[in-house]
Design a protein around this ligand. Structure first.
Ligand code: P6P
Length: 333
């Protein structure tokens, strides 16, 4: 059977992430764009290293916890530490990076030797989101969010609407890099044979409405009433339920197929569990850039003014019609 032309073209005439970034840099014609593409390239390089370590973690004895609790109060997995160190090492060496913020570090990391002139960036990231899935062979991911930083403002946290780049890497059956520079969302698949992320077709657009919801229904009884009513309406409309327990995997499904991903307020997490700066903001911007919506339930996630690096917010993001229906259900209570 003949190989589909699309497969041939991806392999023989690939647009790699590198030439995609260079094209964006040329289009922007600014020193800042050169630094920004170099910084996204650093994320790409670090995440290739993370993907390689994940593939053999079971053989290397690298699975499991390291016996300490991180700033989130969560058991730190060995691969959380490795992923965090790979990202910090790549990013702090790049011109333009003046500050880093990681889920695994209590405080912001100010990069003293940043020699960047006018181009100054903050990179916030969750190095290995969903890492509790690792021991059972589940998908996990890396999430990143990039801002420009004014001189003297390295410690200032900005609302998500000010991001200049954001994305995630999904470590699943294949390694998938999804990102936005504010001009739509593009997806790249790692070709392990050559070590390049290869662009996988046209920019992603999320369907206006989906047929599934993604939420941890074990917490249903402690969700505010509007969420419970919304989920009952979805079930009555024939929606299916899909939940991987890793935000990157669940949001990737919603981005490609439509529907809604939620982490509502619960008894255990009254402000929600997910972190604003390196989970809700980057994922929310990607969904908006693909034509969807991202809400705290009370308003746009990207308008939230951050008070702290590890601040949590309720999250509901996905198809615009589904998020609107949830917001109406919440407003009716
Ligand atoms: P729960 C993983 O720990 C994470 O931060 C997200 O990736 C995921 O969406 C959520 O927490 C899962 O939380 O309470 O359903 O296990």
């Amino acid at each position: 059977m003949a190989t589909p032309a699309s497969v041939i073209s991806l392999r023989t005439r690939p647009q790699t992430l590198q030439n995609y970034l260079l094209a964006a840099e040329r289009a922007a014609r600014s020193d800042g764009a050169r630094s920004l593409s170099w910084i996204v390239s650093a994320v790409s390089s670090a995440t290739k290293g993370i993907a390689a370590r994940l593939r053999t973690a079971g053989l290397d004895g690298a699975l499991g916890a390291v016996g300490q609790v991180n700033v989130q109060g969560e058991q730190q997995q060995a691969l959380d530490v490795i992923a965090n160190e790979l990202l910090i090492a790549e990013l702090q060496s790049r011109d333009g990076v003046v500050v880093l913020g990681s889920e695994e570090n209590d405080e912001l990391i100010v990069v003293d030797e940043a020699d960047c002139g006018a181009c100054r960036y903050a990179v916030l990231f969750d190095p290995l989101d969903g890492s509790s899935n690792l021991d059972v062979g589940g998908s996990v991911g890396t999430i990143f969010s990039i801002y420009e930083v004014a001189a003297g403002a390295e410690q200032d946290l900005q609302a998500g609407r000010h991001q200049v780049a954001a994305g995630y890497v999904l470590y699943g059956p294949s390694t998938i890099f999804v990102m936005t520079l504010g001009q739509g969302v593009d997806m790249f698949i790692l070709d392990p044979a050559v070590g390049n992320f290869v662009r996988a077709g046209e920019p992603l657009r999320i369907p206006a409405r989906g047929r599934s919801y993604s939420v941890n229904e074990a917490n249903l009884d402690s969700f505010p009433a509007g969420y419970q009513r919304f989920l009952a309406e979805c079930r009555a409309a024939g929606y299916s339920s899909r939940y991987a327990g890793a935000m990157v995997a669940d949001v990737h499904r919603v981005l490609l197929q439509g529907g809604i991903f939620m982490y509502p307020p619960t008894a255990k997490a009254p402000a929600g569990k997910l972190r604003l700066m390196y989970e809700a903001n980057p994922m929310g911007w990607l969904i908006e850039q693909a034509g969807g919506a991202a809400s705290t339930g009370q308003g746009r996630i990207l308008e939230v003014l951050p008070a702290s690096l590890h601040q949590r917010v309720p999250v509901a993001l996905g198809s615009r019609d589904d998020v609107t229906a949830l917001e109406l259900a919440l407003a009716a209570t």
